[in-house]
Design a protein around this ligand. Structure first.
Ligand SMILES: *[C@@H]1O[C@H](CO)[C@@H](O)[C@H](O)[C@H]1NC(C)=O
Ligand SMILES: *[C@@H]1O[C@H](CO)[C@@H](O)[C@H](O)[C@H]1NC(C)=O
Ligand SMILES: *[C@@H]1O[C@H](CO)[C@@H](O)[C@H](O)[C@H]1NC(C)=O
Ligand SMILES: *[C@@H]1O[C@H](CO)[C@@H](O)[C@H](O)[C@H]1NC(C)=O
Ligand SMILES: *[C@@H]1O[C@H](CO)[C@@H](O)[C@H](O)[C@H]1NC(C)=O
Length: 342
């Protein structure tokens, strides 16, 4: 017998599944269909469970990782409503498109900027700092940027082959002067090379390049791999060839308050969360790579701290809590996290 039935399955809820089509009563097709329904149900349950999690404090990391691994097998769907809502909220609180960086447009000569972390500390915008500032943000005249890749430095990028996908983005953000030298190992294959904005920690500049004012050569050389990317670091002067931009302390202050009000577990924002937030406001689409703050990967194998070394500590920030936040944004369809092979 080879009869055919018209089958309509509607599962209403967060993971709405609409199946409408002809189904052969053929056993294989039926099994495939049942499997796909089971998979959608499983994905829906996973999403619901994840969205109710409020902290990572009491979480068994091995079980959590298992859940994340299953979630990554579920199809990701953009939710336009969530994405635009998030963009609007971030714009209303923080306005990255106007205030992410200190520019001559949003700052006056001889104005005092108040440091974000120590509100009693001020930095005067003197003539030499003023001259370093960009006139305005590069992108804010053109409306939203298209597809943005925010590339964390997590060891999970090692052997990911994500380089090509990252390089195909319209705007690529990297962190902590992460190496992207294609001739070394397989960085090019895994992390790509295109860079539009790269952050440096103040300590990287202060400790690594002590006599920067007199001898900027070594830093300039290190930065040359990024082409004409903008380099940003906190408010300290330095003159490499790349345009140096500074995150605006007012933006950092507003953003910290914003996330703290939403997720009070998040105390001091990492650069990763700061620039991901900015990207959610100024980019059409946000894709995250290399964000994974755990010692085991999705298959429970050890993974290094960074894709380029195994040094570092996350003690200062609330990385697992931030990761949970990003995973929820992924689950809601606001942005897309990439954790496996590309
Ligand atoms: C987006 O999310 C909202 C709220 O969770 C839901 O009602 C809506 O159906 C979703 N839209 C899409 C296209 O999935
Ligand atoms: C953000 O900044 C732009 C440019 O200054 C301004 O036009 C806009 O009103 C600001 N938006 C909010 C919500 O403050
Ligand atoms: C690297 O990835 C490939 C698949 O792309 C896999 O076959 C190989 O085992 C991986 N190597 C390591 C060391 O994880
Ligand atoms: C890339 O790495 C190679 C090998 O370490 C080195 O010789 C070369 O100068 C580096 N290139 C850049 C642009 O840093
Ligand atoms: C990245 O993976 C390769 C094997 O694919 C390994 O040889 C290398 O040590 C890893 N790098 C780090 C920083 O863990």
């Amino acid at each position: 017998m080879h009869s055919q039935h018209l089958l309509i399955v509607i599962i209403v809820g967060s993971g709405t599944l609409l199946y409408l089509g002809k189904l052969n009563s053929d056993q294989n097709d039926r099994n495939a269909f049942i499997n796909s329904v089971q998979k959608s149900l499983k994905c829906r349950n996973l999403r619901e469970r994840l969205l109710t999690m409020s902290t990572m404090k009491t979480v068994d990391i091995a079980l959590f990782t298992q859940g994340v691994s299953e979630l990554m097998d579920c199809p990701w769907r953009l939710n336009l409503t969530h994405r635009e809502l998030q963009r609007t909220e971030l714009w209303a609180c923080c306005n990255a498109s106007d205030k992410l960086m200190v520019t001559r447009q949003n700052t006056n000569l001889h104005q005092s900027l108040i440091y974000e972390a120590e509100r009693s500390n001020k930095k005067l915008v003197d003539q030499s700092l003023w001259e370093m500032l960009p006139k305005s943000l590069r992108w804010n005249k053109k409306g939203l940027l298209g597809r943005c890749a925010v590339v964390g430095s997590g060891g999970i990028l090692n052997n990911s082959s994500c380089g090509e996908e990252i390089d195909s983005a319209d705007y690529v953000i990297r962190f902590g002067l992460a190496p992207i030298n294609q001739t070394v190992d397989r960085y090019g294959i895994d992390v790509g090379i295109k860079t539009d904005l790269v952050s440096a920690n103040p300590s990287q500049i202060l400790n690594g390049y002590r006599d920067l004012q007199k001898n900027p050569g070594p830093l300039t050389e290190r930065l040359s791999v990024y082409g004409h990317a903008q380099l940003y670091h906190a408010l300290h002067n330095g003159r490499p060839q790349n345009e140096v931009v500074f995150l605006h302390p007012d933006y950092l202050f507003d953003l910290a308050r914003f996330w703290h009000n939403h997720e009070e577990k998040i105390k001091r924002l990492s650069t990763g969360l700061i620039l991901t937030s900015a990207a959610m406001e100024i980019c059409e689409e946000v894709h995250l790579y290399g964000f994974w703050p755990f010692a085991l990967d999705l298959s429970q194998n050890p993974v290094s701290h960074h894709y380029y070394d195994n040094v570092g500590s996350t003690a200062f920030h609330s990385m697992p809590e931030e990761f949970l936040l990003l995973l929820k944004l992924h689950t809601k369809g606001t942005l897309q996290l990439h954790l496996g092979h590309c």
